[in-house]
Design a protein. Structure first.
Length: 327
């Protein structure tokens, strides 16, 4: 829910500026009107002082702009002061409009930079039931003009890491409070569930990422001891002070961590998020409870995590979250 906050100082300043503007704009014509009679003010006999035959326009003006242009030129010559004020007013209006539009555009870009984090220009999403394979689509798109770099991959949020508190940054421990699974996962008191974005990318993109970060391809592609690359940029909106905070999630990489994968169910049952003793509570489509042993609903293991990289890889990332990206 959005909260409307009003600043008394801003309201007072706006009121004072508005009052001063009105007073100044009314003072000049009021002072002028006080020096002449009402009839002379209505006729504006003092405003237009010109002798017959003095208002002339060139033939070029008539040819270029027609009768209306010629008439406008003559009116301008009769009373240059008023038309000068009109031109200045139009000029200032255009300047204010462009300034407001530019400010709005810059504001939108600033918000986009907070909300978005991407190292690519276009993204194409394939559904599991799609007939074409990612590698085939990449081959087709790579032949288009203007394509400099491409990658494809898949991601999952089912995996969560169980890490020790001392590996987490102080800012993360202070700001991050929502950790899915902490209410039903078995873990020690000094451990915390870490929201994780598990990302799988094609071999070419993965190898290029390793080379760009001076990491060993042999070490990170060893199938007998797989190791993941980490990327982090935590970004959270704090509802207490209404600000966005950007922070590191973990202090450093290269460690082994336990992980858990929650079975959320299938077409017949779904996990409710409730744990009762050593059992997990599911429900079927008719809202009947289905009790599943903890060992059957939770898959656990260990994962070797590698180095932290500082540049965002060419993958789809959630820019507003406290997730650790495991690639």
């Amino acid at each position: 829910m959005l909260t409307l906050r009003l600043s008394p100082e801003s309201l007072l300043l706006s009121a004072v500026l508005g009052l001063v503007t009105v007073l100044i704009s009314a003072y000049i014509p009021a002072r002028k009107a006080s020096k002449v009679s009402a009839i002379d003010s209505i006729r504006q006999t003092d405003d237009i002082k010109i002798k017959p035959g003095k208002v002339k326009t060139s033939r070029l003006t008539y040819k270029l702009f027609g009768f209306h242009g010629m008439l406008a030129s003559k009116n301008f010559k009769r009373n240059r002061r008023k038309y000068r004020a009109t031109v200045i007013s139009l000029f200032m209006s255009v300047v204010l409009f462009i300034s407001a539009s530019s400010f709005s555009e810059y504001l939108n870009r600033s918000v986009s930079q907070v909300m978005e984090l991407s190292s690519y220009d276009l993204q194409y999403t394939l559904l599991p039931e799609s007939e074409i394979k990612p590698a085939e689509l990449k081959e087709i798109l790579s032949k288009l003009d203007g394509i400099d770099k491409m990658s494809y991959g898949s991601s999952s949020y089912d995996l969560s890491l169980v890490v020790s508190e001392d590996r987490l940054s102080e800012k993360y421990r202070e700001l991050s409070t929502n950790h899915y699974g902490s209410e039903f996962i078995k873990m020690d008191e000094n451990e915390r569930i870490l929201n994780t974005h598990l990302i799988f990318i094609d071999d070419e993109t993965f190898n290029n990422m390793l080379l760009e970060n001076d990491l060993s391809i042999e070490e990170y592609t060893d199938l007998s001891a797989p190791k993941a690359v980490l990327y982090q940029e935590g970004k959270i909106f704090n509802y207490d002070d209404r600000r966005y905070y950007t922070f590191n999630i973990i202090e450093e990489g290269s460690f082994e961590s336990d992980y858990i994968i929650v079975d959320h169910g299938n077409d017949e049952i779904f996990f409710t998020g409730e744990r009762r003793g050593d059992d997990l509570v599911y429900k079927d489509m008719e809202d009947n409870e289905v009790i599943v042993p903890y060992e059957e609903g939770i898959t656990s293991g260990s994962l070797q995590l590698g180095s932290l990289i500082t540049e965002a890889p060419m993958v789809s990332l959630n820019s507003l979250s406290d997730e650790l990206n495991v690639i």
